[in-house]
Design a protein around this ligand. Structure first.
Ligand SMILES: [Cu+2]
Length: 129
């Protein structure tokens, strides 16, 4: 009887750990066509840090840097070979249209701030758009 209770408790603990890890990853922000997304740069994180778009759809990112440390002054999109300079408290916008599905990371110079644009393949359908 006691063994059973211990086993159940162990299983519940495992479930709790899995649940915690699963839900502690930041949820991705879905972005629709031509949408502008504001990303606040503060306290070592981009928020939101995960952005989900559909391949081939244009969208814009507006970075607002609220962190005065030099660490935050640049955003580098390595795969796109683009770097943005972020003056303090001044929004900087970039318009993107990513054709190839996949992950496009962006980060500060030292990679303390990290974010990802997740490009999902466009749905194949009969309609031409
Ligand atoms: Cu940095």
């Amino acid at each position: 009887m006691n063994d059973l209770i211990v086993n159940i408790m162990a299983l519940m603990l495992i479930a709790a750990v899995i649940w915690w890890f699963w839900y502690s990853t930041p949820p991705a922000k879905s972005v629709s066509k031509n949408q502008l997304v504001e990303i606040v740069v503060e306290d070592g994180v981009y928020s939101p840090a995960r952005i989900e778009v559909i391949a081939g759809e244009a969208f814009s990112l507006r970075f607002i840097r609220k962190d005065a440390t030099p660490c935050a002054e640049k955003v580098i999109f390595e795969r796109l070979d683009k770097t943005l300079e972020l003056p303090l408290n001044q929004p900087v916008e970039i318009e993107l249209k990513l054709i190839e599905a996949g992950e496009y990371a962006f980060a500060c110079d030292m990679k303390m701030y990290r974010g990802t644009v997740l490009v999902k393949p466009a749905k194949k359908s009969a309609e031409t758009s």
